[in-house]
Write a protein that binds this ligand. Structure first.
Ligand code: NAD
Length: 270
C-alpha cells in the first residue's frame, strides 16, 4: 500500500469505541497497525469490546463519560502514560435516546424538553468536550487529526428526531470552526474533519428501522427509496474514509464533512 495512506504506529482515542460504529472503526485501525484507546459509557461494554479487539493489536480502554471534563482528563493522562502522544481522536460517542425520538403520533409540541436537552448535550457537547481535552494535547504536539461523526440529519430535515438533528447540525459547524481555530493558531498539521454516515443499523436506530420480525419499517423503506444504492451501509464501509482522513494522504484536507451514504445526500428521490 502507498505509505501516505498508512496510519500504522499512530495512537488513537475512539470515543464510543464500545458501540457499533466506534468498535468497527477501532477494528479497522488495529488491522491498519494503529494503537487504539476506546472510551465508552459502561465498563462492561468497554471490556467486552476490549476482549474482542485485543487479538488484533495494541488496544486499551476505559469507561468515561464524555460529558465529564475530569473523567476525560483522566483518560488523557492514561493514554499519555501508555503511549506518550495522541495522534488521532475519533468522536463516535453519541446517538439518539429513546425519549428523543417522537412517535409517529406525536408532534413537536409533545416533545419533552428534558429529552431534547439530553440528546443535544450528548451529541454536541459529547464531541466538543473531548476535542477540548484531547485536542489540547494535539495543539501542544503541533500535530493530530480529529474526526467527528455527523449524520444525514445534519443537513436535511429527518422527521421525528429534532434534538438529534440540531446537535448533528452543530457538529457540522463545530468541525469547520475547530478546523479553522487549529490551523490558524496551532499550525497546518492539525486537521479536523467529520464523516456523515448514511444509514447503518446500530443499537440506537434498530428499533426505528427494523420491525421485531426482521422486516423493514415504513421509515426504513423510505430510507432505501432515497438511497440510490438501494441498501443500508455495511459498517465496515466507514473505515476507508476515516483512515484516509487520519492519514498523510489527507494532509491538505480540513474542515470537511464526508458523506458515506450510498448517495442519500445527493438524491431527491424524484
Ligand atoms: N448507526 C447509524 O446508522 C449512524 C448513522 C449516522 C451517525 N451515527 C452516529 O455514530 C455514532 C455512533 O453510533 P452507533 O450506531 O455506533 O451507536 P451505539 O449506540 O452502538 O454506540 C454508542 C457509543 O457511544 C457511547 N456513549 C454513549 N453515551 C456516552 C457517554 N455519555 N460517554 C461516553 N460514551 C458514551 C456508548 O457507550 C457506545 O460506545 C453516534 O454519534 C451516532 O449518532 C450512527
Amino acid at each position: 500500500m502507498n505509505e501516505i495512506f498508512s496510519i500504522a504506529g499512530k495512537t488513537a482515542i475512539i470515543t464510543g469505541g464500545s458501540g457499533v460504529l466506534g468498535s468497527n472503526i477501532a477494528r479497522g485501525f488495529l488491522q491498519a497497525g494503529a494503537k487504539v484507546f476506546i472510551v465508552g459509557s459502561r465498563q462492561e461494554t468497554v471490556q467486552k469490546a476490549l476482549d474482542e479487539l485485543s487479538p488484533l493489536g495494541t488496544v486499551a480502554g476505559s469507561a468515561c463519560n464524555v460529558l465529564n471534563i475530569e473523567e476525560l482528563k483522566q483518560v488523557k493522562d492514561k493514554v499519555l502514560n501508555l503511549w506518550g502522544n495522541i495522534d488521532i481522536l475519533v468522536n463516535a460517542a453519541g446517538g439518539n435516546i429513546p425519549g428523543g425520538t417522537l412517535t409517529t403520533e406525536q408532534t413537536f409540541f409533545d416533545m419533552k424538553v428534558e429529552d431534547f436537552d439530553k440528546v443535544v448535550d450528548l451529541n454536541l457537547n459529547g464531541t466538543v468536550y473531548p476535542c477540548m481535552v484531547f485536542g489540547e494535547v494535539m495543539a501542544k504536539q503541533g500535530k493530530g487529526s480529529i474526526v467527528n461523526v455527523s449524520s444525514m440529519a445534519a443537513t436535511q430535515a429527518l422527521t421525528r428526531v429534532p434534538g438529534y438533528s440540531v446537535a448533528k447540525s452543530g457538529i457540522e459547524i463545530f468541525t469547520k470552526w475547530l478546523a479553522t481555530e487549529m490551523s490558524l493558531k496551532f499550525g497546518d498539521k492539525i486537521r479536523v474533519n467529520a464523516i456523515a454516515p448514511g444509514f447503518f443499523i446500530g443499537n440506537q436506530n434498530r428499533a426505528i428501522l427494523i420491525n421485531p420480525d426482521g422486516s423493514l419499517t415504513e421509515r426504513s423503506q423510505k430510507v432505501i427509496a432515497k438511497t440510490p444504492m438501494r441498501r443500508f451501509g455495511d459498517i465496515s464501509e466507514l473505515n476507508g474514509a476515516v483512515q484516509f482522513l487520519c492519514s498523510d494522504a489527507a494532509s491538505f484536507i480540513t474542515g470537511i464533512s464526508m458523506s458515506i451514504d450510498g448517495g442519500f445526500n445527493a438524491f431527491t428521490s424524484v
